[in-house]
Every structure is written in C-alpha cells, then in structure tokens.
Design a binder for this molecule. Structure first.
Ligand code: F3S
Length: 665
C-alpha cells in the first residue's frame, strides 16, 4: 500500500487516443454548424457521448445509402474501404473523412502493394480490418494470430514465388505480432514487413498496471461495452481493488473509505474527457483538500513537459496542422485549440505550408512517430514577456477583439489573452461593447502578472483613446483658421444652436446660422448624427471657442435679390400673410415683401382680403429695397398705373394719327 493516504493519481494515457479525439471533434464541429450529420457506425463505444450526439441530431447509419438528403456523413477513425468512399462520391454525398492517420497510412501501404500478396494480422470482422482489406488491390489474407499464419503459409506454397507484404491491425497484440514476424521471416527472407501497431493501447495498459501496483484502489472509467475499457479493468484487478464505472454518479455506490486510500484513475480510449473530469471533481468533493491534487491531475493530462521542438508545416486542414518535426523522423499534430489563443482564427491564417514553428510537446504517448504539439502555449510563454515589456515601455498595442464577455472585452496578443474591463474598453462609459467584436482596438497594458496560477493581463483602450483625442485637439487649435471648412457630425442640439464634432473639438452653429429662412429651433434643419459641412466663422484660440457657419453664402436670398431683382423690376410673388396695413408676398424663398394696402389696387379698399387671397400668385413691381433694414416694398397698383399710362399713350398716338390724316384731306 502506498504512503500518504487520500492521494489521487490520474493516468496520463487516460481517455481518448489521438484518432478518436480527432474523429469526435469532427462530429461535434459539424453538429454545431447547423447541418444534418450522420456517422458511418457509432463514432466511439461510449453510450453517454453517443446519447449527447443524438441530442444534437447526429444519426448513426450503416452505409451511405441510408444518409438522408443534405446530410454530411462522417467516416469514423476505423476508416472504410475505398468502395465506400467511391459510393459517397458518386452519390454526391457530402462527407468528412475522420479516419485515424495511422489507419490511413495502412490503407496507403496496401494500395501501393498492388503487385504483392498481402497478409494482415488482426480481427477479420473488425471494421478497421474490413476497411484495410477494402483498400487492397491484390489478394489479401487476414490472420488472427501466429497459428493461423502458419496454416496459411503451409496451405499456400505458391506464396514462395510471390512478393509478400505483412502489416497489422493498429490494435493488434505486440507479442503475437512478434511471433508472426518470426514465422514469416523463417519462410520468406525478403518479405515486406510493416509494423503498423498503434501502441496507444499497450501504453495505456502498461500505465494502468503501474498505477494499480502503487494504489489501493483503481477506478477505470469507460463504457461497459468497450473492449479496451474491460481490458484495463482486467489488467488492474490483480494488483488493486478495481472498479469499472461509466459515470461519476456510480462512485457513490462504491463502499470504500476514500479519504484513507490511495486511488488511481484511468480511462478507456473512448471515454470523453468530460466524464473523466466529472469523476475527478466528484472525488474532489468526497476527499477534502483535494484541490491541489486535482490541478496536478489535469496538468498531467495536458503535457508531459518534454520540452520544445521545431516543426515544418506539411499539411493544413480545417481542424489541425501537421508538421514534420525538425531533427526527428516524426510527424506532429497541432489541433485547432492548441494552434492559437484566438478561438475565431482559421489554421491558414496562422501558418502556411513550409513554415517552421516553435512548438511545445503536449503528448508523446499515443504512438511512436506521433506527437501532439501546441503552438498556443509557446506563443503564450513568449507573449507574457512581450506584454511585460510593453507595460514597462508604455507601448501602444493593437489587436482584434475576440470576445465580448461579462464585464469587458478580450483580445489576444502574442498568444496571451488580455482582458479589458468594460470601464476601460471605450472612451465613454455606456458605449456599446458588442460593436467592438472583431474590430481592432489600440490599448496599453496596465497590469501584467505572469507569476502564480492566476496569471493576469489587463489593458486599457480608454487611456489610448483619451490621449489620441488630446493630441488631436492640440493639433486642431494650432492649425485652425477662420474660413476653414470642415465636415463634422452633429453631436447635440440646444435651443440656441447645434454642436458639431470637428474631430476631437466641438464647435457651435448658432440657430441664426443654420438657415437663411427664419427657424424656431435648430432641429428644423439638422438632427443629431447628421454629417454637415461647416466653416469657421470665428475662432477664439485663447478660450478655445469656435463658432461655425453652416449657411452657404451663395444661397443668401438678399444677394440673389440684389443681383436678379433690382428696384423697378416686375415679378410674380405669392401672398403669404395679411395684415390690416397690407399683405406680405414671397418674392423668393427667404424674402417676403410688403404690398401696402394703398398699393394693392388702383382704388380705395377696406382691407387686403377684399382683393387678395393667401396662396394667390400675383404680379408685383419692386418699388423699394432697404438692404440695411431688410425690407422690400412691392406694388400691384404701380403696375396697374403703368398699364393705364401705356393705354393713355396708345390712345394719344391714335388720336394724333387721325388728326394728321384729317389735316391732309
Ligand atoms: Fe488511431 Fe491508435 Fe487511436 S490507431 S484511433 S490513435 S488507438
């Protein structure tokens, strides 16, 4: 029995293997993007996860012909025969191939061995082996172990004249494979042999046995129908009291004095991380002072601390990046979550094929030649240093807002998530934060603390915005001149005018400056938010006051009047109002002239209404303009008198002509 009771150790190899993790993530990603999703067979042997996917509308089908119209079909990590892929393609069914890359590699090997006889060690009825056989283009034999291999070779002496290739199912037993190798080599010295066993399963079992030896109790988490989970229980049982549970709730049914025991936990390859986590959290509740241990357990799951490597990007897919590790003949994978701190980023935005990346090793225990890597964590380590330096130097940083969260916004700088509280995210309190999502913001770091568990990086956008505004203002007051034109936004309106933001400085347009016509309130001409063209009427740099003009001098109706309507000219005008002393008529917009009562008709009238109506258009003569007092005098009578005078003149002419004729006679 191990020392120090109440210790809980989680196996590093617990839970999903690389291939299963990748396939499950593919299904969740598709299920979350609205469309209908089907998997060719259950994606893993875990009832809880299958039920959860079922709730998200994911259906299990046995072959492509069962796929509903419009559905996306996911090929699980076991892989399928080439004929299945061809069927999906020819039926025009959208599909995602989540075949484990290790299995894919075997498909490639058997396809390329078209001139060889192929022997596969494994379970002929297993989906993975069926898929491998379905990719072979030459005769293919499956043997479940060494005895079957010997029988096969004995019954096929003609193999001696052929090229033989042998590979295995990824989960084939290593000892049995060794025996098969010996047997084959005895007969064929030049056989092509490929060890395609994935050692994730073996490593998981070895670690489980080691844990069982060190602990009083072993908890094996996983589906009861999962064969690799059952195998884990079997290998642990000789060394510790072992319980197989499917969910955390089952812990309460186990009669053990947990606080006085050392406990080891492992999980099958198809056990989701969330279930393992629930088991750990439940344990934490049962055992006091377990928080630290829990933290350690989670940490163990994430990294084996084996350091950094360089990788050259060899392939980019929507969910991961593959790299060839420099100096090692190994392939590494970076999942989307480990690629960048920015959850919105696409792999192709982070790197391109051929790029050399600085990476942290997360896991090496899935398979020889397979390493799980993280770019995000390396970036974050460098990022903390960069942020501390930026704070020290007061450097202004710029980054895209990745999230609007409760209490503020977050941005990612050099792989580090920086929090900007709502009170420091905009220039003014109450500004809408949602509008910032996806936009670039400039900020300064105000707190950087990379020590301890709760690392903190806090920035302020407000500080930068205020500085920028101040600098803008200084520049404005230095350069502003009378007559200068601006395009600005109406910020506020009062009874006496409208305030216009000229870009950091506000100027006022007085109500009298808004229109050539008489208006009662600025809102008759402008509204808050309007973009307006204004010019500087006067500026008081000392007191930082500026008054603006909005009216266009070319539109000044008095100037138009002076130019186009001189005294003595005749025009049409509209009666707009009546008084006892006369009627006002609009000559042009902004100019109303008075037709005095004595000038309305060529006879005496009691009141203007006797001759005129509001809205009536009448011909008038401009008889006087007083530009200073802004008064215009109009007359209808003058026109009538002019007419009479003309008539009289015409009459006199006729009389003169008649008299002349008579004299002549
Ligand atoms: Fe792939 Fe090995 Fe898992 S072959 S699916 S990583 S057990």
């Amino acid at each position: 029995m191990a020392e120090g009771k109440g210790r809980v150790t989680l196996a590093r190899t617990a839970g999903f293997c690389f291939g299963v993790d990748r396939a499950v993530k593919t299904v969740y990603r598709l299920a979350e993007s609205d469309g209908m999703v089907c998997t060719l067979g259950p994606i893993i042997h875990n009832p809880q996860l299958i039920a959860d996917l079922g709730k998200k509308g994911v259906r299990i089908i046995e072959n492509p012909s069962e796929a509903p119209k419009g559905a996306t079909v996911v090929v699980r990590s076991h892989g399928v025969a080439d004929s299945v892929i061809n069927e999906l393609k020819s039926a025009g069914i959208s599909y995602e191939n989540a075949t484990c890359p290790f299995v894919e590699n075997i498909h490639k090997l058997v396809r390329e061995a078209s001139d060889r006889t192929i022997i596969i060690t494994g379970d002929a009825s297993h989906a993975e082996v069926e898929g491998i056989v379905g990719c072979a283009k030459s005769p293919c034999y499956v043997v479940s172990g060494n005895d079957e291999l010997e029988n096969l070779l004995n019954s096929h002496p003609e193999f001696a004249e052929k090229d033989i290739m042998m590979c295995s199912q990824t989960t084939f037993r290593v000892e049995e494979w060794e025996k098969c190798l010996k047997t084959l080599k005895k007969v064929y010295t030049k056989a092509f042999i490929f060890d395609t066993i994935c050692n994730a399963t073996e490593k998981r079992q070895t670690e489980a046995v080691a844990l069982a030896r060190e602990n009083d109790v072993m908890i094996v988490v996983g589906g009861r129908t999962s064969s690799n989970t059952a195998k884990l229980r079997d290998v642990c049982s000789p060394y510790a009291r072992t319980y197989l549970i499917e969910t955390a709730e089952e812990l309460s049914g186990i009669d053990e004095d947990w606080k006085n025991l050392n406990i080891g936990i492992t999980a099958g390859a198809s056990t989701p991380a969330i279930i393992i986590k629930e088991v750990l959290v439940t344990m934490a509740e049962i055992i006091e002072n377990f928080a630290e241990m829990l933290e350690e357990s989670f940490k163990n799951q994430n990294t084996d601390g084996s350091g950094r490597v360089h990788g050259v990007v060899s392939e980019i897919t929507p969910t991961e990046v593959r790299v060839d590790i420099v100096g090692r003949k190994q392939t590494g994978y970076i999942t989307l979550e480990e690629l960048s701190q920015d959850p919105t980023v696409k792999p192709e935005d982070v790197c391109k094929i051929g790029d050399e990346l600085d990476l942290l090793i997360m896991k090496t225990n899935d398979q020889e030649g397979m390493i799980m890597l993280s770019k995000r964590r390396v970036d974050a380590l460098k990022g903390w240093d960069e942020l501390a330096e930026a704070k020290e130097n007061g450097t202004i940083l710029t980054a895209k807002v990745t999230d609007v969260v409760k209490g503020g916004i977050t941005v990612v700088v050099s792989g580090v998530r920086v929090f900007i509280p709502a009170s420091l995210a905009t220039e003014n309190r109450g500004d809408d934060l949602a509008e910032l999502k996806g936009k670039d913001v400039s900020f300064r770091m105000i707190e950087v603390d990379a020590s301890g568990m709760r690392r903190k990086a806090v920035g302020s956008v407000r500080e930068v915005l205020r500085e920028q505004r101040k600098a803008q203002q200084e520049k404005f007051w230095e350069e502003v001149e009378e007559g200068q034109k601006f395009t600005g936004k109406v910020k506020s309106i009062t009874n006496f005018g409208a305030f216009v933001d000229l870009g950091g400085v506000d100027g006022m347009v007085h109500v009298s400056e808004l229109s050539w016509n008489r208006i009662k309130h600025p809102s008759e001409v402008v509204a808050i938010g309007d973009t307006v063209d204004v010019y500087v009427k006067s500026v008081d740099k000392e007191n930082r006051r500026i008054s603006l003009g909005y009216k266009n001098p070319d539109d000044n109706p008095w100037a138009i009047l002076e130019r186009d309507y001189p005294v003595g000219s005749v025009c049409e005008a509209t009666i707009v109002s009546m008084q006892t002393f006369g009627a006002f008529a609009r000559v042009i917009p902004g100019i109303d002239g008075l037709i005095h009562i004595s000038q309305i008709a060529d006879k005496r009238i009691e009141k203007p209404q006797d001759e005129l109506k509001i809205g009536e258009v009448v011909k008038v003569k401009i008889t006087d303009i007083d530009f200073e007092k802004r008064r215009v005098s109009l007359s209808i009578r003058a026109l009538l008198e002019d007419e009479q005078a003309e008539n009289a003149e015409a009459y006199d002419d006729i009389v003169d002509e008649d008299e002349a004729e008579e004299t002549a006679e």
